[in-house]
Design a protein around this ligand. Sequence first.
Ligand code: ATP
Length: 234
Amino acid sequence: MLEVEGLVAGYGGSPILRDVSIRLASGDIVGLLGANNAGKTTLINCLSGLVSPMAGKILFEGQDITRATSQQRVELGIIQVPEGRLVFPEMSVRENLLLGGFCDRARPHRPAQMTKVLELFPRLQERLSQAAGTLSGGEQQMLAIGRGLMAEARVLMLDEPSLGLSPLFVQYIFEIIDRLHSDGLTILLVEQNLNLTLRHAQRCYVLERGQIAVEGDADVVRDDPRTRQAYLGL
Ligand code: ATP
């Protein structure tokens, strides 16, 4: 569904990602693992169009989207749930969700999509009028995911959804990820939580200093000693 070939990208002319190739098959959860600064967010930002690659290609369902704008990618259903949630703090939960469904493709279906999102996250239903900035970290993560779903995501890219959450919330977020997967959504899961990601993803890539160090089925990646080395930044 989504293919990245030989991607080189960075900032101010200095590459961070060097010759990165990954593939997401439709309906899979693909884990992208790596230590701090490995380049995981840079890769997601290339996929959402926030960072322009210096070389390489990004294909979505066979269509070359390497130079497509972020807006065009959102219209295709490539949706990023950013690290740190980045909800609009002064706006209500309802307004944040409605904004998620603002693109042309999703706008006509916002009421139906809102019902689905609130079924998935009953806690948001109880807090629809509350300012998003006053939600707990876990609730803000629910809102950020819900906002991404409002855009009728076809590929949902979650950047460190478990970061800073209590163990119960982490478990809950992974249960939600599994539910979305059983509904057929394609998910790219960027995580530092190695064990949980290996348990929930079908395939994984381990990024080490801007390059793919290990890739394959989750079982294979789990058993490869290079995974833990790369992860620990050894
Ligand atoms: P983490 O797990 O800590 O979020 P990461 O694997 O997502 O790390 P990136 O955020 O992609 O890594 O960062 C990779 C490198 O790119 C880091 O050295 C970072 O300082 C650098 N970098 C990220 N964003 C920018 C930017 N806007 N300008 C310059 N350098 C940047």
